[in-house]
Design a protein around this ligand. Structure first.
Ligand SMILES: [Zn+2]
Length: 472
């Protein structure tokens, strides 16, 4: 007995005296995912944060006071949740909508509910008026080009998908101006409408006159088409106060959790803080931001940090030329090879269905289908961890706008895929407000971002990826 005590003192004694409480062991990929899934579905922080963002800050157009309040809010929240926060400078354009009034003058007088497209020029104070030429496509505009000179072109393209519809919003004014038109009206890019015009970004072309561009409702577009098809002259007057006012300084908000084994390797969870200047930007993209932020909070609260670092990035400007995403990619050129994936949530807060995988060749920026298929294969087994919320789909497609500058340089891109049936009808309208958010679905969005963030940061091997081009 004495000997045993003596041996213990001599041998094990110093070890015992020097022993610290053991660090908790990292959970398995499955255990961690199950715990995070549970935490995400039970917590209501994201709901409260989104309510604050929508009701107390409101819409957040690039260059507005609202955006700067949102930047400060995002930084404050991430810091309070235990992430290391930095603000990265971004220049954003400033565009003011001003007063807008568009009236049908003939065959009867009626005011139209419109939204000037973002970036559009205004009209002279007295307004402009002209006859409306209704076309269903760019091809039809080409064919009937001679009719458009001196007139107002209405693009009334039937909805197929957002990508097609948005091409008229983006390029319609320039195409009409090339035919000599004095203004462009664009049918709102949405499958259904309750008299809601949808704003959004548009672009002018070098050397082409800058003419005003406004979105009209599906109902008014259909009405003008019926009138024109009936051979009646349709006349419209536009008075638009829109104007550009240079640029303003803003910031991408970045919050980081250091990885326990490979802190230099980074998984990005992204969204954009800015919104259009109507509604509250609840679905676009407030919901995506609180999902990414809450994923950061839940991952930071784990007893053991994930293997790799997780970085929440709230981009400052997506809607107005993507300067947030472009500035981020430019500032992080030297760590491109260490960004193991970028995940973005930016199609509302409907039921999450899974993820869209986007892989590009680092030298050309073109889609690399074979590599994308390898990424899908590498993730396939882990998708079972998203079974509790039925978000197990993987498809090769576009991932997200803010992360696209990274993805074009070879970073694996993942876009949270949603049921968007409730999203497109309110996207970029006055109706994108907090009351449209379903708390149970928002929690599922949080769960999808959290568990995918965990999978990417914790799985033993990083995703297959393209070679990063050497520095220029
Ligand atoms: Zn968006």
């Amino acid at each position: 007995m004495t000997l045993l005590i003596l041996l213990t003192l001599l041998g094990a004694g110093p070890t015992l005296a020097g022993r610290r409480a053991p660090a908790p062991a990292a959970p398995s990929l499955e255990e961690g995912a199950a715990q995070l899934m549970n935490d995400a579905l039970l917590a209501d922080e994201a709901w409260g944060e989104l309510r604050y963002l929508c009701d107390h800050i409101g819409h957040r157009l690039a260059g507005s006071v609202g955006l700067e309040q949102a930047v400060a809010w995002g930084a404050r929240e991430l810091e309070a949740d235990g992430l290391g926060v930095t603000l990265e400078p971004v220049q954003v354009p400033v565009w003011i909508r001003g007063e807008e009034r568009v009236e049908l003058l003939a065959p009867l007088e009626r005011r139209l509910d419109v939204l000037t497209l973002g970036g559009s020029v205004g009209t002279p104070p007295g307004g402009i008026e002209g006859e409306v030429v209704v076309v269903g496509s760019f091809d039809e505009l080409e064919e009937r080009g001679a009719e458009a000179a001196g007139k107002i072109v209405l693009f009334d393209d039937p909805w197929v998908d957002y990508g097609q519809a948005v091409s008229y919003r983006g390029r319609g004014a320039a195409a009409a101006a090339k035919q000599g038109a004095i203004a462009a009206l664009v049918r709102s890019p949405t499958p259904i409408s309750l008299g809601t015009p949808h704003t959004g970004g548009m672009r002018y072309e070098e050397g082409v006159p800058e003419i005003p561009a406004v979105a009209v409702t599906l109902e008014d577009a259909a009405w003008m088409r019926r009138l024109a098809a009936n051979g009646e002259a349709v006349r419209v007057r536009l008075q638009l106060g829109a104007r550009r006012e240079g640029e303003a300084a803003s910031h991408n908000v970045v919050g980081q959790i250091e990885g326990r084994e490979h802190p230099e390797q980074v998984v990005i969870l992204a969204c954009h803080l800015d919104s259009w200047d109507v509604g509250q930007g609840a679905h676009d993209d407030g919901a995506g931001c609180v999902a990414a932020m809450e994923a950061g909070r839940l991952l930071a609260a784990m007893p053991v940090a994930p293997r790799r670092s997780v970085r929440v990035v709230l981009y400052a400007n997506e809607e107005f030329g993507l300067s947030g995403g472009k500035a981020y990619a430019a500032a992080h050129q030297d760590e491109l090879g260490q960004i193991v994936a970028a995940v973005e949530a930016d199609t509302g807060a409907g039921q999450p269905l899974g993820f869209r995988v986007d892989m590009r060749a680092a030298d050309s920026g073109e889609r690399d289908e074979a590599l994308a298929a390898q990424v899908v294969a590498a993730l396939q087994a882990s998708m079972a961890l998203l079974q509790p919320i039925d978000a197990t789909e993987l498809e090769i497609s576009w991932s997200g706008a803010d992360i696209s500058p990274l993805v074009k340089l070879g970073v694996p891109g993942l876009g949270l895929k949603h049921d968007t049936s409730g999203y497109w009808p309110i996207h970029h309208t006055r109706a994108d407000t907090f009351d449209k958010i379903d708390p149970a679905l928002l929690a599922r969005n949080v769960a999808a971002m959290t568990v995918m963030g965990w999978i990417l940061a914790e799985q033993p091997e990083p995703l297959p990826r393209s070679q990063v081009p050497p520095e220029q």
